[in-house]
Design a protein. Sequence first.
Length: 368
Amino acid sequence: MLIANLYSYPLDPEEQITAVKNMNIEISENTHERKDLIVVGTAIAKGEDMPSRGTIYVFDVINVAPDPEKPDSGRKLKLIGRESVKGAVTALSGIGGQGFIIVAQGQKCMVRGLKEDGSLLPVAFMDMQCYVNVAKELKGTGMCILGDAVKGLWFAGYSEEPYRMTLFGKDPEYLEVVAADFLPDGNKLYMLVADSDCNLHVLQYDPEDPKSSNGDRLLSRSKFYTGNFASSVFLLPRTPVSSELADSSEEAMDVDETHATHQVLVASHNGSLALVTSVAEESYRRLSALQSQLINTVEHPAGLNPRAFRAVESDGAAGRGMVDGNLLRLWLNMGKQRQAEIAGRVGATEWEIRADLESIGGDGFGYL
């Protein structure tokens, strides 16, 4: 694959790009027209004795007459908005239903709207008291997570009437957040957090749980060691796999969706990709039992124990461990007789196990 430089926009000599996002933003206050634009956040840091500064750029990708010698050069970036701010711009995300953006600048997170004169008007803010490197919204809800390496993860909400930011809950363990995103599962709301020790944490916002202090504390539900330093965490839609479609056709009278509709893709610095998917209670019990059987019966490389390698920690009886998909797929490589033997120990049929493995196997990308 050949990647060509079609257009470049010069920045100041000491200006560093810290965040780039493609967002759907309102570009007209009168017609409320919205458009997909490129938003760039930058920082200028000259040392501890001088305060840092930042700039927010908003670009549109437009069509231009291409260079005859470069037929692919028919695109360029058009600057349609620019705002200089106090403090470095470290994270960006779209937020709310009006086409606004949330900007982590210095020790504040501010919600801004693009005006027709190219400025970015602030409408709401929240004091963070720290450097924020993660800002993610659960699309269309106004709910967002804000994370950093010192204060952990904050769960907040943005409302439009009146414009304001409200803090819902915090991570009590002060995780060193590297990347994070939401993982909704039915009527439950989870957050997936990658920390600096190569762990994945599953946090839950549940104000009805007494341990959450009316929602002020995010509950730690699981911890899973990946062995890879995560660089990005993305929430993606998930389509039902063939076994789930077969089950739904057999139970056509049941209108409730039992399969997961979201999944999280985790990208790591070494180039590896991981997929985290929520599963139904019955499937989890079968997969957990299958994992225990495989750990005890299969010969592992160098005699290493997969359970010790993944070392799960949780907040007591409510905590659940993640199941290891790579380990579970070893069952598919076994002979027919061995598969039936282990399935019998698990208390499930081979079809049920195959359906469960298909649901966590990364086949829920029917929209690609």
